[in-house]
Design a protein around this ligand. Structure first.
Ligand code: SF4
Length: 368
């Protein structure tokens, strides 16, 4: 039963277009649905001058309007911590050196390429590691830019997989999405297309569109990497979206970010991972929160993360437990927080073996 928007008929509620067109984007609108704390009221204009705000009615309806600490609310409602210079210290906006000479393209591992195709999202996560992209205002890559990225992949036979990400790639018009998928699929050495999307969480109705499902099926193998962070996000609507994807032959896996005040408790993550497995979504990664400017206040300590994962072992089947991992600074790759990648831990100083070769010393502070 919906807590909010009870007057909206079910056929509109199930419309992706309606959800996007009715996304809440201003403080005044938001206040109709949630009682903002004085701190949130004050922070809203300052934060949103720097980082955009939007939330779909669907996601808003999952938030308990009476609870200022609601874990879903923390993911979408701006807080002053995002722009507090003391808390965000001298953090970088792009600590992992994403991008190369071609705008939107990152080629870090020999066999994989990342294509960032838009900087528009239907709802904006306060913890997004690509917050920097949103400063330019919403736009998607032009056909010319996309062609250049695709040509790059075509000319490199070592590339077996392309990750299409954003922003929200599946918010692109279907014609543009089809252009990308069709062109990529015409590259003989490219085996797999992976799409990173948070639409199963923010607007699962996107996947009730048979035309989108047909595209994904036609240009497969395509894998969907999604981003559920809390069990309250596992709704019958989300379950229907996953079911439809699976029927179209599109496997779905999940990448959770460990976020202070959202999911940094073993009981919460246990419920999340159990629920995902029930929905036939494989929990792939539990990421340690990246040290990105505007996000530091979501960071827990690595020790706490390791302890949570230890508690999950024995309580969950092996396949329900994701790999706890982090991104090494300077574009040195993703590493599981386990031996042999994690070689040494002393206080908050860690020594990792990079998957790209060499050892990396990394000082990892808990957020403020
Ligand atoms: S949906 Fe993805 S890209 Fe968009 S704000 Fe959230 S984490 Fe960032």
């Amino acid at each position: 039963m919906r807590r909010l928007f009870k007057e909206v008929p079910e056929h509109l509620w199930r419309s992706y277009r309606w959800q996007v067109e009715n996304a809440v984007t201003t403080k005044e609108e938001l206040k109709k649905y949630l009682r903002l704390t004085p701190e949130e009221e004050k922070a809203f204009p300052t934060v949103t001058r720097l980082y955009p705000f939007a939330v779909t009615p669907y996601y808003l309806s999952l938030i308990n309007p009476e609870d200022p600490e609601d874990p879903l609310r923390r993911q979408v409602v701006p807080r002053v911590e995002e722009v507090n210079p003391r808390l965000q210290r001298d953090a970088s906006e792009n600590p992992f050196n994403e991008e190369s000479s071609l705008p939107g393209l990152t080629h870090r591992y020999p066999d994989r390429v990342l294509m960032v195709v838009s900087n528009f999202c239907v709802s904006y996560c306060r913890h997004c590691m690509r917050k920097r992209l949103f400063k330019e205002g919403p736009r998607s890559r032009s056909y010319e830019e996309l062609k250049r990225m695709i040509e790059y992949v075509r000319r490199r036979e070592s590339v077996r997989e392309v990750l299409i990400s954003g922003g929200e790639p599946l918010a692109l018009p279907l014609e543009k999405l089809e252009f990308i998928l069709k062109e990529l699929r015409s590259i003989p050495h490219l085996e797999v297309i992976r799409i990173g999307t948070r639409l199963p969480v923010f607007a699962p109705m996107r996947f009730y569109d048979e035309r989108l499902l047909a595209l994904l099926e036609r240009y497969g193998p395509i894998w969907i990497a999604t981003h559920f962070n809390h069990p309250n996000e596992l709704t019958p609507y989300a379950e229907e979206a996953v079911e439809r994807l699976l029927r179209a032959g599109v496997p779905v896996f999940n990448q959770t970010v460990l976020l202070k005040g959202v999911n940094d408790e073993p009981e919460v993550l246990e419920r999340l991972f159990r629920g995902l497995i029930r929905m036939k979504v494989k929990p792939q990664y539990l990421f340690h929160c990246d040290p990105v400017k505007g996000v530091l206040h979501f960071r827990t300590s690595v020790r706490k993360g390791l302890e949570i994962v230890r508690r999950l072992r024995g309580r969950l089947s092996g396949y329900a437990i994701p790999v706890y991992a982090l991104d090494l600074p300077g574009g040195k790759g993703k590493v599981p927080l386990e031996y042999p990648y994690l070689r040494r831990a002393e206080g908050n100083r860690y020594l990792f073996e990079s998957p790209l070769g060499g050892l990396v010393e990394y000082e990892i502070d808990e957020g403020p």
